[in-house]
Design a protein around this ligand. Structure first.
Ligand SMILES: C[S@@+](CC[C@H](N)C(=O)[O-])C[C@H]1O[C@@H](n2cnc3c(N)ncnc32)[C@H](O)[C@@H]1O
Length: 333
């Protein structure tokens, strides 16, 4: 659609997403709403890169090593990050998503490709942001975290075969997850209600990647993370503050009045919650977890300050210009 129609009559949102949001409220709009959910295709390379980044940055900021148990919020189209954690030696994984979009059969197919990447100690193919070079991870394989002895145990052929069976299990909405003879568990909970994550104080690490900007009730989610983490457990969240092309400016969602935003949202399963970086940090701290590190990527070319809508008019420059953030937090104890 040409630019003349893309921006409508001075409205801060694009026409197409506005029309889509409206249409989701019409009879039969449910299917359209479901169709607005887009997740990436299952990919061993991407899952590997995401996991090594979260693991590397958590360890850089004090986590002792790979966790025994991982919870992932919003895994999307596959559970490859969970699989990568198991191939790093974890024994328990639980993926929680508001939309059941993960392809479990495709996830099982990733076992071999992921194991090959670990066996080759492959560098991350496309490191992306945040770059980890300046943090002491050269972008090559993090041997200081995943040493040969650990990988020999984790990639043992019998263990790999057991993992493939585990991942290929029924999965679905099984709250307990599937368990293999080795005591490992692999669970996918979708739709997740956004509250309970796991029994209190039991999880070594929680990750979310490009998810927390979508969560409707981030306060409840961060509280659930804090409750689930074992004392000293880590949570890492990479958060994208861009408007998903819904607006003319990359951060134009902060120029959209609430009423209009509700129309764009329509009955989509989720959109973006418009919470700025400082809001996420406040909620993480309010939940009782300690913020250990914040990496923020600034971006220019955003919405002029005069065009901000309430309640965003007093947004600080650090929030307004933050396109992406990576937050490392830790449970006390
Ligand atoms: C942009 S995708 C990211 C998927 C994956 N983490 C990745 O990096 O490819 C956002 C994901 O967040 C999930 N999501 C949105 N709201 C959520 C919520 N309240 N609780 C859990 N997951 C949610 C979506 O269903 C989707 O899978």
């Amino acid at each position: 659609m040409g630019n003349s129609l893309t921006f409508s009559f001075g409205l801060p949102v694009r026409l197409v997403p506005l029309a889509k949001g409206l249409a989701t409220r019409l009879p039969g709009g449910d299917r359209l709403a479901a169709g607005t959910v887009k997740v990436r295709r299952p990919s061993a390379a991407k899952s590997y890169a995401i996991w090594l980044k979260h693991l590397g940055l958590a360890v850089r900021h004090g986590m002792e090593g790979p966790p025994a148990s991982l919870v992932e919020i919003g895994p999307g189209g596959d559970l490859g990050v969970g699989l990568a954690a198991l191939l790093s030696g974890a024994d328990h994984y639980r993926g929680l998503d508001v939309v059941p979009s993960a392809d479990l059969a495709a996830t099982r197919e990733l076992v071999g490709a992921l194991a090959a990447l670990f066996a080759a100690r492959a560098p991350r193919a496309r490191p992306g942001w945040p770059e980890t070079e300046h943090l002491g991870d050269t972008g090559a394989f993090p041997r200081h975290i995943l040493d040969d002895a650990r990988l020999a145990r984790a990639l043992d052929p019998q263990r790999l075969a057991a993992l493939a069976r585990l991942v290929g299990g029924e999965g679905g909405e099984d709250d307990e997850g599937d368990e293999d003879g080795g005591g490992r568990t692999f669970a996918y909970v979708a739709p997740w209600d956004g509250r309970g994550i796991a029994p209190a104080g039991t999880v070594g690490m929680v990750v979310s990647h490009a998810v927390m900007q979508h969560v409707d009730d981030p306060r409840a989610a961060y509280r659930a993370v804090a409750a689930a983490l074992a004392p000293g457990g880590y949570a890492t969240h990479q958060i994208d503050f861009c408007s998903m092309n819904l607006t003319r400016h990359w951060n134009g969602h902060w120029g959209c009045p609430d009423g209009l935003w509700a129309v764009v949202r329509g009955r989509r399963p989720y959109l973006i919650n418009r919470l700025p970086l400082s809001g996420h940090l406040d909620l993480i701290r309010d939940a009782g977890t300690e913020v250990v590190a914040v990496l923020a990527r600034a971006r220019s070319g955003g919405i002029p300050r005069r065009d901000l809508a309430e309640p965003w008019r007093s947004l600080g420059d650090d929030d307004l210009n933050c396109a992406e953030a990576f937050i490392v937090s830790r449970a006390r104890g």
